[in-house]
Design a binder for this molecule. Structure first.
Ligand code: HEM
Length: 158
């Protein structure tokens, strides 16, 4: 099913770029009101929200805006180096992102949410691991991660 052209990407199923951009703007509004995460993001760049939106969109099968104009997988990893993120930070980040996805009514079908949360769990755990190291150890040319529907194989069909 994964290779079937009729199966929409996660990006398409979510509703395209406006949805990812709105999601990240609303998410980082929450982050900046959160006592645990605010100190980490207080000085984030003004392009942070839109870059993270482009990164997520690309991972989920959307246009290659992040990797062609804004960064690369290694550039994204570099932003986390030496920040010593903890499991507590990560858990809160995930909780707030999923809560924002609910509030903005991203597709709530089991298949989409399973894939969405799988990537978020994977990506945030990678971020915590990389943040313990002050230096980039990965291949600087490593391609962007690509996320598909996984085991469910496609969106929910009643
Ligand atoms: C799927 C997981 C994640 C992805 C895809 C991701 C993606 C990104 C991207 C693309 C940037 C660069 C933004 C820019 O160019 O301005 C960035 C920066 C950053 N991320 Fe993440 N991130 C993830 C998880 C986390 C987590 C869990 C934390 C902490 C709890 C975190 C903390 C930061 C910080 C502090 C920066 C630098 C912000 C700044 O000072 O501009 N990230 N992230």
């Amino acid at each position: 099913m994964e290779t079937n052209k009729q199966v929409p990407s996660l990006y398409e199923w979510a509703g395209g770029m406006p949805v990812f951009e709105k999601l990240m703007v609303a998410f980082y509004d929450k982050v900046l009101k959160d006592d645990l995460l605010e100190p980490i993001f207080r000085h984030m760049s003004p392009t942070h929200q839109v870059h993270v939106a482009h990164f997520f969109a690309e991972v989920f099968g959307g246009p290659k805006i992040y990797s062609s104009n804004e960064g690369s997988h290694a550039a994204m990893v570099t932003k986390h180096l030496g920040r010593h993120l903890t499991e507590e930070h990560r858990k809160r980040w995930v909780q707030l992102l999923v809560a924002t996805a609910d509030e903005l009514e991203l597709p709530a079908d089991p298949e989409f949410r399973s894939a969405f949360v799988a990537y978020v769990e994977w990506g945030t755990r990678i971020a915590v691991i990389n943040s313990q190291d002050p230096n980039l150890t990965m291949n600087p040319h490593e391609p962007m991660p690509k996320w598909g529907w996984g085991e469910p194989g496609g969106p929910y069909q009643p």
